[in-house]
Every structure is written in C-alpha cells, then in structure tokens.
Write a protein that binds this ligand. Sequence first.
Ligand code: NAP
Length: 334
Amino acid sequence: MKPINVALIGLGTVGCGVYQTLHIQRQRLEKLVGAPINILTIIIENPDKHQKISAKTNVTTDVNAVLNNPEIDVVFEAIVGKEPAFSILKECIQAKKHVITSNKEMFATHGEELKRLASKYNVQIGYDATTAGGIPIIQIIQQLLKANQIQYVQAILNGTTNYILSAMREKNITFSTALDEAQKWGYAEPDPEKDIEGFDAYYKLMILSELIFEKQPDLKNVKRKGIRDITEESIQGLQTEGKRLKHIAKIGYDATGKLTASVEPEAVSKEHPLYAVEGVNNAIHIKGDIVGDLTFTGPGAGSFPTASAMIEDFCILFKKEQTAIASSKAHATV
Ligand SMILES: NC(=O)c1ccc[n+]([C@@H]2O[C@H](COP(=O)([O-])OP(=O)(O)OC[C@H]3O[C@@H](n4cnc5c(N)ncnc54)[C@H](OP(=O)(O)O)[C@@H]3O)[C@@H](O)[C@H]2O)c1
C-alpha cells in the first residue's frame, strides 16, 4: 500500500499538536485512511528549538525540501501571519500537494485565491482549524448543511476575550488583571492586541462569510470594537440585571439587503444562545432556513483541539481519495 507522506510547516503550539496526534493515534488514523502515514519533513524557523524530533524526519528551515519533493502528498501549515504562509501554500498547491491550514489571518485574506488554485491543480484544501479551533464548523457547513440556506451567524470566536469577560464578572476584577491572568494561563498571547481588539474574531468571521455567503461584506459595512474599555462596574451592573457581556461576532443580510458584519461587546440575557458560553470556549449559533436554530460549542483554540480539526480534515481528504481510487478501479474492471 502506497504510504501517505506528510510535511509540517510550523512546529509551535498547533504544529506540535498535529505531530503528536499523528504519532499517538497512528494506528487508528492509518486504519481510517487506509494507508501508512509518514512524516517526511518539518519546516521551522529556528532549528535549535527542535532537537527531539525523530531522526527519520528531516527538520529544516528550507521550504524547498517540501516543494521539490514529489513524494510529499500533503502539507499541514501552522505558522503565524499572512507571509510567508500564503506564498508557501501557493507553491505547494502548484506542486500538486494537498494543503491543510490553521492560519486564519492568511486564509481570511487569501483563502478564495487558494481555493481557486487548489481547484485548478486538482488538490484539496482543508481549513477547518482556522475558525473556532476544535469545533468542526467548516466541515459541518460544507458537508452537513448543504440544503439549508444559512440566514445569519452570531458567534463567540475568540477564547481570550471570552475568558477575560467571564473572569471580570465572576471575580469582580479589572480588565488588566483579567488579561494578566489570561496571559499567565497561556490563554492570551504576549502581544494580545489582535484578540482584544477583535481582529482575530474578524478574520474568522470573514472565513465564515466566504463559505456561507460566497463573499465578504464591504469594509464600510463592518463594525469592529474591542473590549479594552470595558469596566468591572459595567459588567457588575449588567449582572444585577441578569445579563452578561459577550464579545459577539455577527454576519448576515440586513433589511436593505446589504451583507453586514460586526465584532463588538453585547449584553445578552439568559435566553440568548451565547449567554452560557464561558471561559476560553467558543460557540457558533446559526440560523438555517430549514433546520432553524443550531448552536455548536467547544474549545476554540489550543494545541490538541486545533490539531483535531486539522487531522479531521486530513482523514476526510484521504478517505475521499481512497473512495475515488476504489471507484476508478471498479469502473476499469467493468
Ligand atoms: N495556538 C492556537 O491555539 C491556534 C488556534 C487556531 C489557529 N491558530 C493559528 O495557527 C497558526 C500557528 O499558531 P501557533 O500558536 O502554533 O504558533 P506558534 O506556537 O508561534 O508556532 C509557529 C511555528 O511556525 C514556525 N515558523 C514561524 N515562521 C516561520 C517561517 N517563516 N518558516 C517556517 N516556520 C516558521 C515557528 O518556528 P520555530 O519553532 O522554529 O520558532 C513555530 O514552529 C497561526 O496562524 C495561528 O493563528 C492557532
């Protein structure tokens, strides 16, 4: 049986989760995809940090080790920022490799171009890990909500801001104390700007927008507001009214037919589907025209939840490939 040869680009929080899962769950995954799985190459930035990787795997800073190796079937990309990730993935696709990415900032900007390129070169692109971490929302929409027209989405797409708002309410602490706590527990980056100003949630919302509405809203129809100015007094005031403050990302058509989006703090009461979503969890509430209201909740970030989304993409991709091979063999024998 021809093995599936894998490359990883990035071996940080997410890349390590993928690497470990491919090792720990090897037997089960190989049974699922119907072939042995080999990690041939890992691309990193600083080789001194990665001494413990198996000698069978080539760990290098040179991306050509992936691009020029025709044996590599699929690339997991987990680095930070638009570049060099976009350029690398473009070249991987042109070299006819499937790609699976967790990079939301890159995918929110260049996802459509990568999807078009993947279709041109007849390879697959998995991006479930870009949005809401371990919640398989992209696959749910792609695979299981085909007949429904989704009318709107409202979601908590950033675990850092949800943790901070939950901690401020539960412990009656200031924004900066809650942020320090989030950083101490590893829930917030050393530079938390993209999370607390709503950019991270905005990137994910734009990825959902492309998937559901096949476009992104005009920037003038997008409102983005962070949580830095929220005071513990305002949160306690809302608490006495039975309300909680949540940093909510929304997208849908307004009454005039314009696609509009927002990421901003909103006070919600007990009946609201996002009221009970606490701590670092994410949640996505969808209204489908046939099914009605659906809410999905779960871990929105972290090494294994994010790796889980990437590995599920990998299994779906290679199960599809095996089915295609099996069906072409069946036709050939008719
Ligand atoms: N962390 C999460 O929970 C999470 C959840 C969902 C999505 N994401 C997304 O997943 C991606 C990875 O996040 P992370 O938290 O795993 O980041 P991270 O811990 O900072 O790891 C980044 C990795 O990329 C490598 N790298 C950086 N620049 C590179 C370059 N130019 N060429 C090759 N390798 C390079 C680094 O190499 P060195 O190790 O040598 O420094 C490191 O291994 C990001 O786009 C992030 O937005 C993260």
